[in-house]
Design a protein around this ligand. Structure first.
Ligand code: ASP
Length: 588
């Protein structure tokens, strides 16, 4: 311990009674009671009660009466047993108090804009504008401590597994992951720009070419996207890569890392190996590639029940190769008519023409469309899905993928609304066999489903350029409780395959050379087979801490509009800076 303090504010117990101690911390609360003044002194370790007794010095006591919340103090005194009846069993230090003999105000504090307390309702805006005060609150601080612990465990496990941590550049070239780049003007090379990495993807592959064999990095990634609630313009990944491995080794390693993190941070045993679903199966059963497996309510193909229907909308869909899909919301018959209307609106917003809801009663079905669809067909749908009295059956007709995705979204929504999702527990799954490409109808071109460096399934190499839509990839996603935690793949390590993928993506040879020439060149020098994964650290910690938002697990987060409320970044720069960077601003 330094000379300034002998103990932290969380350390003193009965064994210290009679000792002279020095503590530093912040005034959490001050109470004046029975002629005495009490201060709860707080630091990140805890709270200690300090008593100022006029009998120990009238000057000292009157100085203490001036103390306000968040003053930063140094106190000297003697540890004493609290009088019987005044102990606080909830506090680790609750059986003792420090009777002050001297007080030094290290720094007074302005009145904070909110009380540093767990129970005060504070707007996010206020908290993030004064994040340094928000982080004095126990719950905010605890999350960052959890994050620290998670990173420690990851580093320790990967070190023991023979990985080496390598830092890759932040000022670099575009690394495509499907978002816009953040650009940085290169003053020394006028007219040129660096891009901040969307991920260290290409560097980690080059480290494999360099023979590093097992690499990891707790990597900052930057993606300029339209922000949805769970995105941040900069975020952290556990980026890793291995050589001479296949998918199975990556799954097993990832499961070992996560099992260790769960055990050491949460004290829980994680069920491994994780479940596995192919992309096609996940889409068919859950209507999404991020299924929440904590509850059932799987989608079913109910087309056979409506084979004879004269209801025109359904018939048209089936004639054009579509399907009628549905699922049963357990106990959903209790939902009000208004709630069902809201579900229909959701379905329409998601692209469905409509939503059919069937309340299953004892021996009766309540459905506004019963006349059109016919009771026998609905009864058959009920029996195919094994819906019980009290349940709600939801039906959507349409193109298979669309009907699935609409119902998938309703399933997730109703799971929550009907409280069907267990509040504890984590359900991990690997989603495999993604397609390599996805057709972009707006731009009339093929895009990579993950990124362009993902290896195609070896059996599909012959159709790579002939029939891109049919090519399966060697990529996998890790999904937990309906959240995509990360994705990865076995990579292309052969130049000609990589060139072929770029051709499918419609990239002209010249552009390929300019953007990825260094990678293709590296592949000429005996690049080993390799693959990896990159789970998101922010999402991981948010899940573990059951945080209400990803912002809670980031020390200094940005808002949904990508603004840092505390520093007010982004902000304007001086004319001089713009001139140096060779930039003139075009006003929109
Ligand atoms: N680079 C990928 C990403 O950022 C992860 C990976 O393929 O390893 O999502």
């Amino acid at each position: 311990m330094s000379l300034m303090r002998t103990h932290t504010c969380g350390a003193l117990g009965p064994q210290a009674i009679g000792q002279k101690v020095k503590l530093c911390g912040w005034v959490h609360r001050r109470r004046d009671h029975g002629g005495l003044t009490f201060i709860d002194l707080r630091d990140r370790f805890g709270l200690t009660q300090v008593v100022f007794n006029p009998a120990k010095g009238a000057g000292l006591h009157s100085q203490a009466k001036e103390l306000r919340p968040e003053f930063c103090l140094r106190v000297e005194g003697e540890v004493s047993k609290r009088p019987p009846g005044t102990e606080n069993p909830k506090l680790a230090t609750g059986r003792v108090e420090v009777v002050a003999t001297s007080l030094e105000i290290l720094n007074p504090s302005a009145t904070p804009p909110f009380e540093i307390a767990e129970d005060s309702e504070i707007s996010e805006e206020l908290r993030y504008t004064h994040r340094y005060l928000d982080l004095r609150r126990e719950s905010s601080r605890a999350i960052l401590f959890m994050r620290h612990k998670v990173l420690q465990v990851i580093r320790r496990v990967l070190d023991a597994e023979g990985f080496i941590e390598v830092e890759t550049p932040v000022l670099t070239k575009s690394t495509p992951e499907g978002a816009r780049d953040y650009l940085v003007p290169a003053r020394l090379n006028p007219g040129k720009f660096y891009a901040l990495p969307q991920s260290p993807q290409l560097f980690k592959q080059l480290l494999m070419v360099a023979g590093f064999d097992r690499y990891y990095q707790i990597a900052k990634c930057f993606r300029d996207e339209d922000l949805r609630s769970e995105r941040q313009p900069e975020f952290t990944q556990l980026d890793l890569e291995m050589s001479f491995i296949d998918e199975e080794e990556i799954y097993a390693l990832t499961e070992r890392v996560f099992a260790a993190v769960w055990k050491e941070v949460l004290g829980e045993t994680l069920a491994a190996p994780f479940s596995r679903l192919t992309y096609a199966e996940s889409m068919r059963r859950f209507g999404t590639d991020k299924p929440d497996l904590r509850f059932g309510m799987e989608l079913a193909d109910l087309t056979p029940a409506f084979g004879e229907t004269s209801f025109e909308q359904f018939r048209k869909v089936m004639e054009s190769g579509g399907a009628v899909k549905g699922f049963v919301a357990t106990g959903g018959a209790v939902l009000s008519g208004k709630a069902l209307d809201a579900l229909t609106d959701c379905a329409k917003q998601a692209g469905a023409k409509g939503l059919v809801t069937v309340r299953v009663g004892k021996g009766e079905l309540i459905c506004p469309m019963i006349k059109h669809l016919g009771e026998p067909a609905l009864q058959e749908a009920v029996s195919l899905t094994q819906a019980k009295p009290g349940d709600l059956l939801l039906l959507v007709a349409g193109d298979e993928e669309l009907a699935g995705s609409v119902l998938g979204a309703l399933r997730a929504h109703l799971g929550e609304q009907l409280h069907l999702i267990p509040e504890t527990g984590f359900s991990f799954a690997w989603i495999t066999d993604f397609p390599l490409f996805r057709f972009n109808p707006e731009l009339k071109r093929w895009d990579s489903e993950h990124h362009p460096f993902t290896a195609p399934h070896p059996e599909d190499l012959s159709i790579l350029e002939k029939d891109p839509g049919k090519v399966r990839s060697r990529s996998y996603d890790l999904v937990v409780n309906g959240v995509e935690l990360g994705s990865g793949s076995i990579r292309i390590h052969r130049r000609e395959v990589q060139e072929s993928v770029f051709r499918v993506l419609g990239l002209p040879a010249k552009e390929v050379e300019g953007r990825f020439g260094f990678l293709l060149n590296a592949f000429r020098y005996g690049a080993p087979p390799h693959g990896g994964i990159a789970p998101g650290i922010d999402r991981l910690v948010a899940l573990m801490a059951r945080a209400s938002s990803i912002r809670e697990v980031i020390a200094f987060p940005k808002t949904q509009r990508a603004v840092d409320l505390m520093t007010d970044a982004p902000s304007e720069v001086t004319e001089e800076q713009l001139k140096e960077a060779g930039i003139s601003i075009r006003r929109r």
